[in-house]
Design a binder for this molecule. Structure first.
Ligand SMILES: [Cu+2]
Length: 320
């Protein structure tokens, strides 16, 4: 039996396929090489913090003594080796629930007693913007008292989203007049709704004691990582005098909507909002639920040519 000669054409095709396979393998290795293991430690701290611009203090329960807790930022594919330490001087058990993690809720998200530490690991397989919060009983109180934050999982493909010129984190939550009163929380009887823990924190237009605004230049793409910590109120996130150029529910580049005026963000949900202003002047970022906005859930985003170059970059994406 005569062997069929290999035609130059099929030979070429084989080589081409081989080259493709090699390139694909190289890409896989490159992607694996980029995936990192990131160590994150958060310490639960029960501390007094202001809940308004006048300096009214509440006894808050926090991650790292801050409301919201620190921004955790990783890249899709990374493995997070996480540790939660609960200070021995705290009076309560605390825990963490990362919405970016797929683990066993009963063990990994379980309460940690004062003086103890819990460690677990998870791989961040989905890019986006995710809520994290304490899940200890009663969860409604642990969230209302300040145990919440954001984990941003950047897409591993840097071109998956248009490049942002500035980025800001805004986390909506309710403030209850008496942080000991769980019954009032169950009745949704809040006094204020805040962005980043303080009513009217970035709104000197409505509160003369406010000292900060968010800033950007006209034409810049401003990306807002928005989380609704609740624990109860829905948010209708809107830019007064602006239009969201793109909105990504849960921050995943595959979930994209354009030209949006508002997107409802349920308690425990998050989304990424892109805004580009063609003009100078102010936008007011609000929940369009008016009782919430008029009690503190407003952030002024000022567009001007002399915008502070540090704002919306580095550790200034969450303006403290
Ligand atoms: Cu807690």
């Amino acid at each position: 039996m005569r062997r069929r000669p290999t035609s130059p054409r099929s030979h070429t095709r084989l080589s081409f396929t081989g080259a493709l396979a090699a390139a694909a393998l190289a890409l896989v290795f490159a992607a694996n090489a980029e995936a990192k293991t990131v160590k994150v430690t958060l310490t639960a701290k029960e501390v007094d913090l202001p809940i308004d611009n006048k300096g009214t203090m509440h006894h808050s329960w926090t991650y790292e003594g801050q409301v919201p807790g620190p921004v955790v930022r990783i890249t899709e594919g990374d493995t997070v080796e996480f540790a939660l330490h609960n200070l021995s001087e705290n009076k309560n058990s605390h825990s963490i629930d990362f919405h970016a993690a797929r683990v066993d809720a009963a063990t990994q998200f379980a309460p940690v007693k004062p003086g103890e530490t819990k460690e677990f690991a998870f791989k961040a397989d989905y890019p986006g913007v995710f809520f994290y919060h304490c899940g200890s009983d009663p969860m409604i109180q642990h969230i209302a008292r300040g145990m919440f934050g954001v984990i941003i999982v950047d897409p591993k493909d840097p071109k998956a989203l248009p490049k942002a010129d500035r980025e800001y984190v805004l986390i909506q939550s309710e403030i209850y007049p008496n942080p000991e009163d769980v019954k009032a929380m169950m009745h949704n009887d809040w006094s204020n709704v805040a962005f980043n823990g303080v009513a009217f924190k970035y709104d000197p237009m409505h509160d003369p004691n406010a000292e900060k605004v968010l800033e950007a230049k006209p034409g810049e793409r401003v990306r807002i990582y928005f989380v609704n910590a609740g624990p109860n109120e829905f948010s209708g996130f809107h830019a007064i005098a602006g239009i969201w150029d793109a909105v990504y529910p849960s921050g995943n580049p595959k979930n994209v909507m354009h030209g949006m005026q508002n997107l409802s963000i349920a308690p425990g949900d998050a989304a990424t909002f892109d805004l580009v202003s063609p003009v100078e002047g102010a936008n007011a970022l609000v929940t369009h639920s008016m009782r919430s906005a008029l009690s503190g859930a407003v952030a002024i985003l000022m567009f001007n040519k002399d915008a502070d170059p540090n704002l919306g970059r580095g550790d200034q994406i969450l303006v403290r």
